[in-house]
Design a protein around this ligand. Structure first.
Ligand code: G6P
Ligand code: MG
Length: 211
């Protein structure tokens, strides 16, 4: 079929965006910096290293390479302690049904995430086998808003860029999808996702809309 669907993971398929926030908030606390939900929007879709660089920048702190690595490892350990308890019950409303619909029609489905934990989380919630291609933080060099992650995903599923639909909950991700000339669908708040072609609260609202 001539259409492809690319999903971000955190905040689109599973509600892990709040776990990333809680974990970064604790790191920020250690740096005596208050990470607000508003500033956290700027971390969504952004890699672990880039996120820590942003927080250090906002906090006006510079740390040794060693301390940087320690903070990044610690953040991930804290994040993983939340993720550990996840099951298929943590898949966001309507997502499973929507992916099932795409598979039934025969459309290829790909993951386009900045997270190095993405494959593990997909396995944990039982969705791993539904994806025809997985592009994650282990295989990209340029972070969103660079379109690289989505362009690689489109190539992997053999679908033209302009025939791909991207689902994203982050500003950076929507900008990346737009830069890739794909249809961008925002999940969340219109205020944050104003650049998206469409914005929905969740997949229950998207229902069987194929874009
Ligand atoms: C996603 C999330 C970010 C996270 C990034 C890296 O894009 O939206 O909040 O920082 O992945 O995740 P990782 O699991 O590799 O630390
Ligand atoms: Mg996301």
């Amino acid at each position: 079929k001539n259409k492809g669907y690319i999903f971000d993971l955190d905040g689109v398929i599973v509600d892990t965006a709040r776990f990333h926030f809680l974990a970064w908030k604790r790191t920020a606390d250690e740096l005596e910096f208050v990470l607000t939900p508003e500033l956290n929007e700027k971390l969504k879709g952004v890699s672990r290293v880039d996120s820590l660089n942003k927080i250090l920048d906002w906090a006006g702190k510079s740390v040794s390479e060693e301390e940087f690595d320690r903070l990044a490892v610690e953040k991930n350990e804290y994040y993983l302690s939340f993720v550990e308890q996840m099951t298929s019950a943590d898949i966001l409303p309507g997502v499973y049904q929507y992916i099932k619909l795409l598979k039934e029609i025969g459309y290829p489905v790909a993951l386009g995430s900045a997270s190095k934990n993405a494959p593990m989380i997909l396995k944990k919630v039982g969705l791993y086998d539904m994806f025809d291609a997985i592009v994650d933080g282990n295989s990209v060099t340029k972070a969103k808003p660079d379109p690289e992650v989505f362009l690689i995903a489109a190539k992997k599923i053999g679908i033209e860029d302009t025939a791909c639909v991207v689902f994203e909950d982050s500003e950076a991700g929507i900008d990346a999808a737009n830069a890739a000339n794909m249809t961008s669908v925002g999940l969340g708040d219109t205020g944050v996702l104003g650049n998206a072609d469409y914005v929905f609260a969740d997949f229950l609202e998207i229902k069987d809309n194929l874009f």
